[in-house]
Design a protein around this ligand. Sequence first.
Ligand code: GLN
Ligand code: ZN
Length: 746
Amino acid sequence: MICKTLVTGFPRIGENRELKRALEHYWSKTASLQELRATAAELRKRHWLFQKRQNIDFISSNDFSYYDNMLDTIVMLNAVPDRFSGIEDETERYFAMARGTAGASAMTMSKWFDTNYHYIVPELSGTLDFRLCPGKILTEYAEAKKLGVKTKINVIGPITFMGLSRASKGENPFGYASRIIPLYKELLARCAELDDTLYIQMEEPYLVKNPTAEVLALLKAAYQDLASVSSNIRIIVTSYFEHSNETTKILAETPIWGLGLDFVHGPQNIQGLKYAKGKKIFAGVVDGRNIWRNDLGASLFLLEKISDMVGREQVVVSTSCSLLHVPYSLQNEPESDIKQHLAFCCEKVEELALLGRVFRGEVVLDSDNIGMKTARSRTPSTQHDGPADIAFGERKVRAGDFAERNALQRRKFHLPKLPTTTIGSFPQTQELRRLRRDFKKRAISEEAYEQGIKTYIDDCIAFQEEIGLDVLVHGEPERNDMVEYFGEMLKGFHFTDNGWVQSYGSRCVKPPIIYGDISRTKPMTVRWISYAQRRSKKPVKGMLTGPVTILNWSFVREDIPRPLVARQIAAALCEEVADLQAAGISIIQVDEAAFREGYPLRKENVSAYERWAVDSFRLAVSSAAKETQIHTHMCYSDFTDIIKTIEAMDADVITIETARGGNRLLDVFEREGYHNEIGPGVYDIHSPRIPSEDEFEKQIFSRLEVLDGKRMWINPDCGLKTRRWEEVRPALQHMVSATRNVRLTL
Ligand code: GLN
Ligand code: ZN
């Protein structure tokens, strides 16, 4: 058989998010486990048969998951943390690890490399009862075979598994190799019994993260071992999201069968190929991370180059990574000008099939296909004519250094010590969601909608006044999503009807598509913020989403550099800041929730990213006068190594999440000499618990052990919108009164 095509992995949530619905019904006990299993089996079948109809040669099994593939791997190795091991029922235990129970907190989630997909972080410790549980893998293989599909089996490789794990204090996760690698060997031995030839795709994206000498040595030994288990087994080691040149040479010296490489996000992979002679190369040329149609001509050219290096018969055309990160199908989208330029998962599989056939000389490419990308850049709306005064590379920053601004702002605001505030949103009630939905559907009049929003803001401001917060917010009732809201008002964005992508578990997001130059045609937030400001003598914060976050949570055009798109967004926000200021808003918060996840995977690319990301933020707030106080908010648990960059953003105040982690984060800020003002979170909004005044005092006193009270704010962590008013009201009241008590002691 001549093998032409491989799909790294297929999304499992379903064309109409069937898996999401089935999971949520099962969790809320409105559906049985049988029903959930039936939906899952139906989805697997549909997805396998679709790929088969497209004549894909390598179709995956075990790319399905009820929650997350990393969690499945934890189960495969029986690396079940002690707090869950008492749960007898397998399904119950599985979801308990993902979602927590009354008695045991959920396992942590973390972002999968630089994507917006979250995996469950394995917890390695000496007490784990490691043992192979290959059930899911073996059954799914048999299930597909019965449907006439002989799959390759996807497994997260041992190096990536350990590399992404958290080991008990002071332990090195790679120290678990001697317990984990033997289980992978056992797995391969079990798989070898399934068929004459078995293809195993070992996913090792960890290899793209500047592997250390330790990782390289471990990798070599591991795959030397694994590839020797059985002559029935053909191992493909797959990396993605960047090049993995350090490891290509090493892997080529082991008896593995093939290498999966991402030539879209790691074009440098081509250089490693000179070491890869004799190995099959699964050449990732169809982008699994973006939604633009493939430039087939360019892909074929690339495939020819790869062939020149390793020999034509060795090359199999592949997706750059799993298609998990793109929406399902364009068929569910209404007609629009940009639709012809898009390819979602199903269309990408078709592109792959076509590329495979052309590459093998079975058909010729017609001009329609070759021309697509060029056609897109010829579309008038994507021609670059962005604002002239933001030429790429030019830096625009606000006036005054922190010391000067801070002195002016103190004189202007007269805030008490430890000023109190919140991060922006207040509870999003059912009523509010209905109001927005009805207005969007035109089921209610504009007046009715606006009255609804006004009432919410009135109540929200009245509540904050009543409990005595110092800097107020309007509560964000008009926003369903912090990116979508701005995207809808800016030129250059397209919104899909059904472009859902799995974010974690049953949660999906619908990223906007940036297809053209971005510009602002009218003020976006001024009306509601000034409405709120008129209701109070205290300052009400303007609330904007930052340029880097808008960029990172969108699918971005590829005909101009990303930093330039970021600058266009920043320029639009800069106008908004100016308008807010002119309308009398004196404190403006610019959220950068996705600043951290935008970091490149490779160290050598970090400083360039930091430069343009910081520049974009500073450009966005460059219209702020010295007296205008700029806040930013970032909700990550790890600021190590990036404090200098946060400092370069030079926000007057940064709010962070510390309610769960205690002083650990603040320590990092202190140690690195960060000197602007900081608002460490003292209310853990991820928990339904309402902390007492006493607990708040303890939290605040504890923060004061690390941070000088003169530059400290008091606020909750972010996410009030996910809580109910009945929780938020008493909690914030306790927060404010506790702060008052603490002030008396300062
Ligand atoms: N202002 C937003 C809110 O409070 C910030 C959310 C975020 O950064 N994740 O919801
Ligand atoms: Zn946050």
